[in-house]
Write a new protein. Structure first.
Lengths: 398, 288
């Protein structure tokens, strides 16, 4: 497997800026694969992409396309060999859809017949009817249709390479999902070498054969298959980036009853101070939870509060952070943050103690949700790659 | 500096309504123009009948006004001075000279301002844009009478001096609209065109200029209509035109002469506005 594109020490330094936007990136892109550049905004991923077809001219470094150094080649010739899709699509509003798609073939001087044949093929490829759409204008299309035409236009002259800058970023989630699936299916047929920029790690995992996770200055934090990135993140930055975003949403959906509660030292008040002290000493926690005779949590007590004699009714702190198992993990987290002890007490309907939720419980819930989500995305992806028949609703044009 | 600030009311991108770009023309043409406001721009007449009504309605009204003026001149009880000032030959001659003043000056401005507007919007020259626009502004902020007299002194008084003055005076609307028209082209259209390997010349020719045409033409229309009014002042430097008739009426204290000259100037302004409105509509690229 040879590298179709190779970036060597590619750098972009904007005048007047202290740090380079892209700092000496080395990246090899194998033929026929989708390579995703993903990273937080401002990390230089788009600048990197746009240097490949020299929409942004690099300050230094070398770009190789099919082994040939194109850093100083004629940029217009170079760009005709590279398909280019941007988020805003940029269809020519005063040209018909057909003429939009035919832009590069016309530049290359194809014959009318050849262009017509290619148009029919491309309309079919992106699932739109040439008889209906060929002579329409871009303003008559929906966002999803425009991006399909954008992809068809980039494919028109059958370039070996496609650059895609957040191509599905401006679409609603449903069209986005649909276009992602269609595109993966399309890629199964056309097998282009694709460099694809996104800030969405889920999209990266779903679409990529390889993912390059970039940090500031377009420094590669990890460059590997999605499976490896998920299973063995190279460092904390990657780990954090993989986990970003979805976690809080997941916590809002998950219930306390779905996680395994942490245990906590407890003592019933009527059993006296000695029992409570023993309980506290035998645990590695700093607080003991005092329960009434119905096992309802009443007070939090430290070792200091347990010294001396007398009733335990008024010692320590009142237990305020209490939730029932039906609460969401976000609700539990909120109560926990308001508690001095740093845990939330879970009680059943009658108010009796069930267990506690602390930070470790929340974190392990996040971990398992994350793993489940990534597994889902990977499964999706494998189904797509396996060339399974599309779901019927995927074919239609919204 | 963005060109957007140069024009008070640039239409938001995507809903180009070039007729609104320069509403400073409105006082000159009044509200009688049927292409303004009543017809949503971008819609094309569906039937030939509707199109004919729309294209020919205003000219028909203006023709009636001209006929009425002609009948008045022929029939009214004019004294010696009035009938000397208001002969058909004089009126037709004055109208033709007036049209020449406006036509030549507007064409010269197009030939100068559009290329200049293209030049200063090229990436290498964007720093020049504010300078050039300021120079254009100076031409327009000097009172028109001042411009006309100044150029009559600098050049020869008469027709040529007046043409030069009108060129200076009408320069800004066309320059400004050319700049704004080019700047309002969706940058992503240009980026995707570049990404496809179009040269910058091809992009200018096939993308930027066609997409800027509605706005540029709106500037031309504004400039031409302004010039119809301003050209009357050319009479003070002996440039001829309908201003000559009005001026004659003022000097001789003959209100009917002043009224006839003024009405004909108004008719000319409205007609020109209408014709250029139709041109704008015909030349507007489909799909916008």
């Amino acid at each position: 497997m040879s590298d179709l594109i190779a970036l060597e020490q590619l750098t972009k330094h904007y005048p007047g800026q202290e740090k380079p936007a892209v700092d000496a990136i080395d990246l090899a892109i194998p033929e026929g694969e989708i390579v995703i550049l993903v990273g937080p905004s401002g990390c230089g991923k788009t600048t990197t992409l746009k240097m490949i077809n020299r929409i942004i001219e690099p300050s230094s470094g070398i770009i190789r396309l099919q082994g040939e150094d194109v850093t100083r080649a004629d940029p217009d010739d170079l760009r005709r060999r590279i398909g280019y899709v941007i988020q805003q699509v940029g269809l020519f509003p005063h040209h018909t859809i057909g003429r939009n798609i035919a832009a590069v073939p016309r530049l290359l001087g194809w014959s009318r017949q050849r262009i017509d044949d290619r148009l029919d093929e491309l309309f079919h490829l992106v699932g739109m009817d040439p008889a209906i759409y060929r002579d329409r204008y871009p303003k008559e299309l929906s966002g999803g249709q425009r991006q399909r035409i954008g992809v068809a236009r980039a494919l028109a002259a059958d370039p070996p390479v496609m650059l895609m800058d957040e191509p599905f970023g401006a679409l609603d989630p449903i069209s986005r999902e649909r276009l992602q699936n269609e595109f993966l299916r399309l890629q199964g047929q056309i097998g282009k070498t694709i460099v694809f920029v996104t800030h969405d790690i889920d999209e990266a995992i779903k679409m990529g054969d390889r993912i390059a996770i970039l940090r500031e200055g377009s420094t590669i934090a990890q460059y590997d298959t999605p499976e490896t990135v998920l299973a063995a993140p190279a460092d904390d930055f990657v780990k954090e980036f993989i986990g970003s975003g979805a976690s809080l949403k997941g916590l809002g959906l998950a219930r306390v009853s779905e996680v395994s509660l942490a245990d906590w030292p407890t003592s019933v008040i009527s059993e006296g101070r000695e029992a409570a002290r023993r309980e506290l000493d035998s645990s590695d926690h700093g607080w003991v939870l005092l329960l009434d005779e119905h096992r309802r949590p009443v007070r939090w007590a430290e070792a200091r509060a347990l010294q001396g004699e007398g009733s335990l009714d008024r010692v320590g702190l009142e237990v305020r952070a209490k939730v029932e198992p039906t609460a969401t993990l976000v609700g539990a987290l909120e109560s926990m943050l308001g508690s001095r002890v740093g845990v939330v007490v879970i009680v059943d309907g009658s108010g009796a103690f069930l267990g506690t939720v602390d930070m470790r419980v929340i974190m392990s819930a996040v971990e398992s949700m994350r793993a489940a989500a990534h597994k889902r995305v990977l499964d999706d992806r494998q189904r797509m790659r396996a060339g399974q028949e599309p779901v019927a609703s995927d074919i239609g044009v919204p | 500096m963005s060109g957007r600030t140069l024009v008070d009311d640039v239409p938001p991108r995507g809903e180009n309504d070039p007729q609104r770009v320069n509403d400073d023309a409105a006082p000159l043409v009044g509200a009688a123009d049927p292409t303004r406001g009543t017809i949503p721009s971008g819609t094309r007449p569906t039937s030939a009948g509707a199109r004919a009504r729309r294209y020919l309605g205003l000219p028909a009204v203006l023709a009636l006004v001209c006929v009425a003026v002609g009948v008045y001149v022929a029939v009214a009880d004019l004294d010696d001075v009035e009938s000397r000032l208001l002969t058909f030959d004089r009126i037709i001659d004055a109208t033709l000279v007036h049209l020449q003043l406006v036509g030549i000056s507007t064409l010269v401005v197009i030939a100068l301002a559009v290329p200049l507007g293209i030049l200063v919007t090229r990436p290498a020259a964007t720093r020049l844009t504010p300078v050039v626009v300021t120079l254009g502004n100076i031409g327009q902020t000097i009172p028109s009478l001042g411009v006309i007299v100044l150029f009559a002194i600098l050049f020869a008084p008469g027709f040529r001096g007046a043409v030069v003055a009108l060129v200076v005076y009408a320069f800004l609307p066309i320059l400004r609209n050319t700049i704004v028209g080019l700047q309002q082209v969706d940058p992503f259209v240009i980026e995707s065109a570049r990404g496809m390997g179009m040269s910058s010349g091809t992009i200018l020719r096939t993308m930027e200029l066609p997409l800027a045409v509605p706005v540029i033409l709106a500037g031309v229309r504004t400039a031409a209509v302004i010039n119809v009014g301003t050209a009357t002042i050319g009479a003070f430097t002996n440039a001829g035109g309908l201003g000559g008739i009005i001026y004659g009426g003022i000097v001789q204290s003959r209100p009917p002469v002043i009224v006839v000259g003024s009405i004909l100037t108004g008719v000319l302004a409205l007609l020109l506005d209408h014709v250029l409105g139709v041109v704008e509509e015909v030349l507007r690229p489909k799909g916008l």
